[in-house]
Each structure stands twice: as structure tokens, then as C-alpha cells.
Ligand binder design. Structure first.
Ligand code: NAP
Length: 272
């Protein structure tokens, strides 16, 4: 029950109305009888939102599009991993001192490792945005051989240089051989569900194909890959594992991962 001791958590982003973080975290709080509530705030100015977190004693927050990099200058401390990735997706408020973390990277690694190993695998990431940065960092840390493919050359080259990986223009994907293919572009996401970031003829059966887009759960890329006999990894796994990291940081309790996954899948099936 909500009372004057309820710990408040939030997600800060813009747009935010489709976020599944509130339903996922609230179900976990309630499952563990944790006196907390998680709310979504549409935050246009992240600096002001962080001042609000301080002023109101909000205990922690998820940070999402478009604030994952911009938020960093308003925090008191950045955890090592988030500093290396160069983006924050989670903050915690410890008696007024706000520290930034990043769980996107570990979320992606855990989702991949449920299905396949990463060490020494050739991994192609499509996209060079914030998510690609976190996922790419995770791949390199796990000993994967990374190649970044992006539509905008400068942006892709910059990310590849930062991560110490190779770069290839997205249109040159056709001849590329890889063990794991990861889409981090929004191509295929609602409402443009017919989109596919690479053509079917350039996929092959031996690839493990991951899409970090989770709405729809089975993107066209994943459906096509599955039909070809590829192992696939959906975006909900990464989302839930990053959420589990946030939950454990904030509450000090083990996250009920299975329940969080079921809750997100149910919310997705209701919205489709
Ligand atoms: P972002 O920073 O805006 O980056 C988007 C990237 O996708 C850019 O590299 C962009 O290329 C590329 N792109 C966009 N539209 C494209 C198109 N039509 N064709 C080819 N490339 C295109 O976004 P982000 O924060 O990385 O997020 C990307 C996606 O990941 C979103 O759908 C988000 O919901 C999802 N996501 C999922 C999770 C999860 O837990 N499952 C976590 C984070 C994000 P240019 O450089 O050429 O513009």
C-alpha cells in the first residue's frame, strides 16, 4: 500500500507513454512486498528533472531516449562502466548524492549468453546510436570480434573507433560473414513493422540473430531469421535483464526475473 514511507522511482524520457518499465518494476516491487512505486515522467529538460529528483528525494530512476548521454553532466558521480560506455540508463539517489549507471550492456550480454557464447565470435551490430554503444561495449568485454555497420558513415566510424572495432557501411552488409547479428536500429519497430534493416538474402542459417527492438516482440527480422532456421533473441530479454540490474541496485534484493519477463510479455500482448 502506498503511504508516507513509499520509496518513489521513475523513468525519465521523452516520449515516455509507451514505456514498459513502470509495469515491470511495479510488479516486481509488489511481488517482493517492497514499499516502492515506479512512475513515468515525460521529461523534456533532463537537468531540471534531475533537480526535481534531488528536491523530492526520489530514490532512483531509469533514463531513456533522448537523455542517456545528456544526463551525465547533471550527476554527482558516474560509475566506471557507465563512464566507459559513455551513457547512463539508471541513476540512484543516495542521501542526495546521485550516481549514474548503465545496465544496457550487461542486459544485452545476458540475453545473448542465454542462447550462445560471445568469446571469439564475429558479431555484427547494425546501428551506431546509444544502444549500439552499450551493446558493442558488452560484446568487446566478452571477447567478441565486433564490426559496426551504420547508415551514417561518420557516426559509425566514430563508434567503431571508440570501441576499437571495425566499421562497414550498412549497404555493404551483403558480403559480410558473422556468427551473431544484432539489430540496434529502430527499423521494424511499431508502427513500421514491415521494416527490416537488412535483406533476407543476406542472412544465413548459421547466424544467431538478435533484435533489441521489443515492440513487436517478433520483429520482421526475427520472423524471417526464425523461418530460415536461425537461433533468435528478442529485445524483451535485454530489456528485462537491464531492468533486473536496476531493481537490484535500488532495492538490494534479488530481482524476480521470470515474473518481470512474464509481466512485460503480457503488457506487450495486451498492447498489440
Ligand atoms: P539512437 O541513438 O537514435 O540510434 C539509432 C541508430 O539507428 C542510429 O545509428 C541510426 O543511424 C540508425 N537508424 C535509424 N533509423 C534507421 C533506418 N531507417 N535505417 C538504417 N539505420 C537507421 O537510438 P538508440 O537509443 O540506440 O535505440 C535504438 C533502438 O533500440 C530503439 O528502437 C530502442 O527502443 C531500442 N532499445 C532497446 C533496448 C532494450 O532493452 N531492448 C534498450 C535500448 C534501446 P544513423 O546514425 O544513420 O542515424
Amino acid at each position: 500500500m502506498i503511504n508516507s514511507n513509499t520509496a518513489i522511482y521513475a523513468i525519465l524520457g521523452d516520449p515516455i507513454s509507451h514505456s514498459l518499465s513502470p509495469v515491470m518494476h511495479n510488479s516486481a516491487f509488489s511481488h517482493l512486498n517492497y514499499n516502492g512505486v515506479y512512475l513515468a515522467f515525460s521529461a523534456k529538460k533532463i537537468g531540471k528533472a534531475i533537480s526535481g529528483i534531488r528536491a523530492l528525494g526520489i530514490k532512483g530512476a531509469g533514463i531513456t531516449i533522448p537523455h542517456k548521454v545528456a544526463v551525465m553532466e547533471f550527476l554527482d558521480e558516474i560509475d566506471d562502466l557507465a563512464g566507459k560506455i559513455g551513457a547512463v540508463n539508471t541513476i540512484i539517489n543516495r542521501q542526495g548524492k546521485i550516481t549514474g549507471y548503465n545496465f544496457d550492456s550487461i542486459g544485452a550480454v545476458k540475453a545473448i549468453k542465454e542462447k550462445t557464447g560471445i568469446n571469439n565470435k564475429a558479431v555484427a551490430i547494425l546501428g551506431a546510436g546509444g544502444a549500439a554503444r552499450a551493446v558493442g561495449y558488452g560484446i568487446i568485454s566478452e571477447g567478441g570480434r565486433l564490426i559496426i555497420l551504420n547508415r551514417t558513415k561518420d557516426k559509425g566510424e566514430k563508434l567503431a573507433a571508440d570501441l576499437g572495432s571495425e566499421f562497414c557501411p550498412l549497404e555493404d552488409f551483403k558480403g559480410l560473414k558473422c556468427d551473431i547479428l544484432i539489430n540496434t536500429t529502430p527499423v521494424g519497430m511499431e508502427p513500421n513493422v514491415d521494416g527490416m534493416p537488412v535483406e533476407k538474402k543476406h542472412l544465413n542459417k548459421g547466424m544467431v540473430v538478435m533484435d533489441i527492438v521489443y515492440n513487436p516482440l517478433k520483429t520482421r527480422l526475427l520472423r524471417v531469421a526464425e523461418d530460415m532456421g536461425c537461433k533468435t533473441i528478442d529485445g524483451v530479454s535485454m530489456f528485462v535483464f537491464q531492468g533486473a540490474g536496476q531493481f537490484e541496485l535500488w532495492t538490494g534484493k534479488k530481482a524476480p526475473v521470470d515474473l518481470m519477463r512474464k509481466t512485460v510479455l503480457k503488457a506487450l500482448s495486451c498492447s498489440s
